[in-house]
Design a protein around this ligand. Structure first.
Ligand code: PMV
Length: 340
């Protein structure tokens, strides 16, 4: 179809990995399969206006032009152009914003690449008359930022070939929501903002350090095994196993960073203080709270919906003091990208 100007707005959430993706090869292909909860409150909202003409783009954040975002977007368009060649005939005006505070130490690459890819595929379906292709949305977003491909569709998403996951692929995320036992429905993730500074190691550098890492082989064998165990726990409502695998995965991610060359410690003293508080509280109350970590100092506190009132109280009383300016973000499992 011949269209001269098109505008669309999509939102896409962030996601939190339970089995971590750390190490990649080729064109953004993961060294091991990963699984994540899709989040709800932490989102990027992106409006794209595509105008027929010479290819190019302009990127702004909350209406203010952001030339420093341009290299990433340029690389993204270059990578996707062989899969969506029509983009070469359009100029894109992109405006984006996040629902979570800027510089909160929360990476926005997953939600922003997912939202932008959703807009591109929306246009593509307008141009071709075909249905929205969510797999292709996920595929394109992977080329922008690997973990973004887990932010498009479903509450629980697996990315990467895995013998025990039917339909799993290195190219895009697959929706595994149907696995979730009622125990894990509406699961909470409160993000404790320990350090809101810029990350000291970019994920691109971090993935690269797995290339000749002394423990890489063992790690890449362990991750699919952990994924099998975790999926079983999610299906059976087995919180004990869920906690064991999830916390161990977080610590393993950080152990990989501590044992690479160069090496990094991305936890801060308050990260450890919070972990100790979590273990103490779990032992004393039998409330099944646990943690996971990204490649940074913030702690994601995970817990079932039915314990939220007690946990909120405890966060306010004991954990908020360890957060920068007492800040934390209450999030929960959500279901992916949607058009606004
Ligand atoms: O998508 P990237 O390249 O920013 O990598 C994300 C890596 C982790 O967040 C640390 C783990 C994961 O699986 O999301």
């Amino acid at each position: 179809k011949e269209i001269t100007s098109l505008t669309t707005t999509w939102q896409a959430p962030s996601n939190i990995a339970l089995v971590k993706y750390w190490g990649k090869h080729g064109m953004q292909l993961p060294a091991n399969p990963s699984i994540s909860f899709t989040l709800n409150a932490c989102r990027t909202i992106t409006t794209v206006n595509a105008v027929k003409g010479e290819h190019g783009f302009k990127i702004s954040y909350e209406g203010v032009e952001k030339p420093d975002f341009a290299p990433k977007i340029k690389a993204f368009f270059e990578r996707i152009s062989s899969y969506s060649p029509w983009i070469k005939n359009y100029f894109f005006n992109i405006d984006t914003r996040n629902t979570f505070p800027h510089s909160s130490g929360i990476a926005s690459s997953a939600s922003s690449m997912a939202a932008l890819s959703a807009c591109i595929i929306d246009f593509e379906s307008e141009l071709t008359g075909l249905d929205l292709d969510y797999d292709k949305m996920s595929f394109l977003s992977r080329l922008g930022s690997g973990s973004a491909c887990r932010s498009l569709q479903g509450q629980l998403v697996v990315w990467g070939e895995h013998d025990d996951t039917v339909g799993s692929s290195n190219l895009y995320g697959v929706d595994q929501t149907k696995l979730l036992h009622p125990t894990f429905q509406n699961y909470h993730d409160t993000i404790l903002l320990v350090d809101k500074g810029q990350k000291t190691v970019s994920s691109t550098v971090g993935h690269g350090l797995m290339n000749d890492h002394a423990f890489a082989k063992a790690r890449f064998e362990q991750a699919p095994q952990n994924l099998t165990l975790l999926k079983k726990a999610l299906m059976e409502g087995d919180i004990e196993t869920f906690i064991k695998i999830t916390e161990s995965e977080a610590l393993t991610l950080h152990a990989m960073m501590m044992t690479s060359h160069p090496y990094f410690i991305l936890m801060k003293p308050n990260t450890l203080r919070i972990i100790e508080e979590i273990w103490k509280y779990r032992k004393e109350t039998q409330i099944p709270v646990c943690f996971t970590l990204d490649a940074g100092a913030n702690v994601h506190l995970l817990y079932p919906n039915n314990h939220r009132t007690a946990v909120y109280e405890w966060i306010n009383e004991k954990l908020a003091v360890y957060c920068q300016n007492s800040q934390y973000i209450c999030d929960q499992i959500g279901s992916g990208a949607s058009k606004l």
